[in-house]
Design a protein around this ligand. Sequence first.
Ligand code: ADP
Ligand code: ADP
Ligand code: ZN
Length: 217
Amino acid sequence: MNIILLGPPGAGKGTQASRLEDERGMVQLSTGDMLRAAVKAGTPVGLKAKAVMEAGELVSDEIVSGIIGERLDELGDETGAIFDGYPRTAPQAASLDTILAERGRTLDHVIELVVDEDALVERITGRFTCASCGEGYHDKFKLPAVAETCDQCGAHEFKRRPDDNEETVRTRMTEYRAKTAPILPIYEARGLVKRVDGMADIAHVTDAIEAILDGRG
Ligand code: ADP
Ligand code: ADP
Ligand code: ZN
């Protein structure tokens, strides 16, 4: 099974991808995470991507499609992929078709997380993650069960993304509307798009996605 989680910044793609990993043994392929790792490691890709990401603009199609293909090759043939934050443009959607076909994979569902734009700034500005394992949290909607202790790994250090500020979020939302939302009709024409209410509780959103994956939704 190969699926795309689609939605604006803060819609809950990463949160849901990580829950599906835990519950279904699928693997999350997040181009945002891959690019942040490249920036941190100071690789050539990271050096090119850093300023673009900080501005909230999109990294080039060639770079992201290249890294997604490489990462897919590391997965066993039986392991399902959850594409999180990719594709984000029509050329990336076309590249993904090729990348999947070359590996004998097919796309099963494109799940759109539908959210109120007004909620996104609050989601993004309250977002933080465990510095050790990357588990995602929120100041208001998902605090660790024990204060300042990661639920998953027990670590005490957390971090916030430099691009998770209100100004950059606005740019990222504009990019989403201009370049990413237009890929939905491509998948709609192929009968692949399923909509999920991304404003529901985190667990309810997961239930709705699982219903789709199980053919109940
Ligand atoms: P969010 O889920 O909050 O939208 P991501 O972690 O997916 O953020 O992406 C962070 C940044 O990384 C984006 O603003 C963009 O600069 C870059 N990026 C991630 N994925 C892509 C992609 N598929 N194409 C182009 N740029 C990307
Ligand atoms: P994306 O990957 O789409 O950018 P995230 O999964 O990182 O979004 O979610 C953004 C923030 O909103 C995180 O802090 C997360 O804990 C929180 N969040 C995610 N889903 C929900 C939800 N259904 N209700 C409330 N908060 C949520
Ligand atoms: Zn942790």
